[in-house]
Design a binder for this molecule. Structure first.
Ligand code: SF4
Ligand code: SF4
Length: 398
């Protein structure tokens, strides 16, 4: 096995590139029930376009100036264009929003203000004693973390200060790759061997606490901290994020189409190539280059046609490679078969919940089975089944 392919440091400390304004953005919605704009509305950077019905999930805002061309349940499309000048005698139209003064807010007011500015608050306020900032690149090939620690230090510090205001944790540890020279006032540092899958939250916690349990610990990754820091520093809505596009770190408006970002990074997609949203180990393939990036999209990759054997639901031939490489010490071969046959109780017995979704079983499977996808499907079906059981129980109690 060539361990270098799993290395999480790339020595890339260059500044991020600022992407050009895309022709249009397609802002993804997920539970954003109330749309604040209609088709043909004129929008500008920072304008609210969709409210999230959950009080702790971030709202969505436009990152560009333009005209709304489509509003659906899944996305809002905005075509970039200059807005028409006001008619003679009319007041000038607004071109931006005012910052929110976050420094004076506390507790519920602060959380509500952050939600309104696009921040997903729930993962930041989780009850815990120990807060860990995961400052490693999440996967091999993703390179924004080292640049962020050097070129976005003030944003990261603003995010960390805000995170400490929100989190009930008594102690904060920043997990850095071995040999990093970054420092953080008021936080402990833990050095982690930068080799995948050590960047996974569960392994990070085990490494730092010595316990194989997430109880009492919350982990926030550097990408989320950067987004929080951008809002904390400016008091302005979250409209842009950093995406590592095949090694190039680009700051782009949320909703920028995948195809536009690949073009920005001078990457051609040919027939048969696979475009992956997210990292090469845990990301999801997409066939839709018009799909807009979300605030949590951290990477895009293209696997050229023919570079690897295609993944398909081939039969398992029981070689055991997935078991040998699974850091959770479960049996991915058995679990994936049980998912295929909808045997969810057997999935539970095989401890499907312990899967950290590292993707190593898919990587090593010589039969090229979509192991991680089977496991995610199994977890999703179990969650659905359990939510139905809870709903039935509540009805009986009423
Ligand atoms: S993705 Fe596969 S290898 Fe990784 S923890 Fe889950 S079952 Fe194990
Ligand atoms: S690696 Fe693939 S073929 Fe081998 S046991 Fe696991 S699922 Fe089966």
């Amino acid at each position: 096995m060539n361990k270098n392919i799993f290395i999480l440091t790339h020595g890339d400390t260059g500044a991020f590139e600022t992407g050009t304004v895309p022709f249009e953005v397609r802002i993804p919605l997920n539970g954003h029930g109330k749309k604040s704009v209609k088709k043909k509305a004129e929008v500008y950077p920072g304008l609210l376009v969709a409210d999230h019905e959950n009080a702790k999930s971030g709202d969505m805002h436009s990152g560009i100036t333009g005209i709304v061309t489509e509003v659906t349940d899944t996305h809002i499309t905005i075509k970039a264009q200059e807005l028409a000048a006001p008619a003679e005698g009319e007041d000038p139209k607004p071109t931006g929003v005012e910052p929110v003064a976050l420094a004076s807010l506390e507790d519920a007011e602060l959380q509500a203000a952050l939600k309104g500015l696009g921040v997903d608050v729930r993962p930041l306020i989780k009850r815990c004693d120990l807060l860990i900032v995961n400052a490693l690149n999440p996967e091999p090939g993703i390179s924004y973390a080292e640049s962020m620690l050097v070129h976005a230090k003030s944003t990261i510090n603003a995010g960390l200060d805000m995170l400490k205001r929100l989190s009930p944790a008594a102690r904060t540890v920043v997990a850095l790759p071995t040999a990093s020279t970054a420092t953080f006032d008021g936080s402990d540092i833990a050095f982690i061997n930068p080799q995948y899958p050590n960047s996974l939250d569960e392994l990070l916690v085990a490494n730092i606490t010595g316990k194989e349990s997430m109880k009492g610990v919350n982990v926030v990754d550097l990408h989320a901290l950067y987004n929080l820091g951008a809002v904390a520093e400016s008091g302005m809505p979250l409209t842009h994020t950093v995406v590592c596009v095949e090694g190039k770190n680009i700051v782009a408006p949320i909703g920028t189409p995948v195809g536009a970002l690949l073009k920005e990074a001078s990457i051609e997609v040919a027939d048969g190539d696979t475009v992956i949203v997210g990292g090469p180990m845990r990301g999801e393939a997409t066939g839709d280059l018009n799909k807009g990036i979300g605030k949590n999209t951290n990477a895009l990759f293209v696997m050229p046609a023919g570079s690897t054997e295609p993944i398909s639901d081939h039969a398992c031939f029981s070689c055991g490679a997935c078991i040998e490489h699974c850091p959770s010490r479960i049996q991915p071969n058995m679990i994936s078969r049980y998912v295929e046959f909808n045997e969810l109780d057997f999935c539970r017995q095989e401890n499907i919940g312990a899967c950290m979704e590292c993707g190593l079983c898919t990587y090593y499977c010589p039969a090229r089975r979509p192991m991680l996808q089977f496991i995610r499907l199994g977890k999703h079906k179990i969650a659905l089944e359990e939510s139905q059981v809870t709903a039935c129980a509540l009805q009986v109690e009423e």
